[in-house]
Design a protein around this ligand. Structure first.
Ligand code: NAD
Length: 250
């Protein structure tokens, strides 16, 4: 694949999505930034263009199936195909024990983190299958591998990302689809900074249980995602790769 390729990144306006946009742009990949925030998404597009590749912004709320279909259609209209999909948009939720969630909070976290990710996979896969294959990275979390207090609904959605990743590898590997998930530990993005401000108690001694005694950096996650989406090891398929300073290893 020497020609420039096309990547769709949901939640590309901030944090991990933005870091991956910059890293893929350095590989010459064309970037479609999908985000609910026009301002954030347009900023990423502008910065990606400065790196010398083509980028467009498509505003979408990933929890709405019709808006997901629209970002996929727009990508195909502009670029003709989708080669890579970083299925990343997500929110952390209210940071309370499970029974203290309202039904609206449960629905919102599942609507974005679970339904939104599944809608994206359905419509992106339709394009990839028609065009002979592609690579996908789903965004799980350490909360998709182990339980973590105060993020119950989030954890349920992130465990589901593991299930769909393995299922899609089983279903579509023979048709050229490579699909993996990443499971980042706490990484210093705006989402984490906001969560920390709202729930300071949850962050007391946050690094203590992490063997490497520090939080992750978005650029480290971007290296991993770029390797999974563009690297020369497509036999890695259907796995969940932790990137957590050893947090889930002990
Ligand atoms: P972030 O808040 O910095 O960025 C998330 C982006 O998603 C924002 O630009 C936001 O506008 C967008 N977004 C939110 N709701 C949306 C919606 N309904 N439709 C479209 N876009 C929407 O967060 P982040 O830390 O970069 O997290 C990105 C992903 O990584 C999430 O799925 C998160 O659960 C996961 N994750 C993050 C960490 C961490 O510590 N930062 C750890 C594990 C997993």
């Amino acid at each position: 694949m020497s020609e420039r390729r096309v990547a769709v990144i949901t939640g590309g306006g901030s944090g991990l999505g933005q870091a991956v946009a910059f890293r893929l742009a350095k590989e010459g990949v064309h970037i479609v930034v999908v985000d609910i925030s026009e301002e954030a998404g347009q900023k990423t597009v502008h910065l990606v263009e400065e790196l010398g590749t083509r980028a467009i912004f498509v505003k979408a709320d990933v929890s709405k199936a019709e808006e997901v279909k629209a970002y996929v259609d727009k990508t195909v209209e502009e670029f003709g195909t989708i080669d890579m999909f970083y299925n990343n948009a997500g929110i952390s939720g209210p940071g309370v024990k499970f029974v203290d969630n309202t039904i609206e909070q449960i629905d919102m976290v599942l609507g974005i983190n679970l339904n939104g990710a599944l809608y994206g996979l359905k419509y992106v896969l339709e394009v990839m299958l028609a065009n002979g294959g592609g690579r996908i990275v789903n965004t799980s979390s350490t909360a998709g591998i182990v339980g973590q207090a105060t993020v119950g609904t989030y954890s349920a959605a992130k465990h589901a990302m593991v299930g769909i990743t393995k299922t899609l590898a089983a279903e579509y590997a023979a048709q050229g689809i490579v699909v993996n998930a990443i499971a980042p530990g706490t990484t210093e993005t705006p989402m984490v900074r906001e969560y920390k401000e709202k729930n300071p108690d949850a962050f007391v001694n946050a690094t203590e249980p992490i063997p490497q005694k520090r939080l992750g950096q978005p650029e480290e996650v971007a290296e991993l995602v770029t390797f999974l989406l563009t690297g020369n090891a497509p036999y890695i398929n259907g796995v969940v790769v932790p990137i957590d300073g050893g947090f889930t290893a002990i």
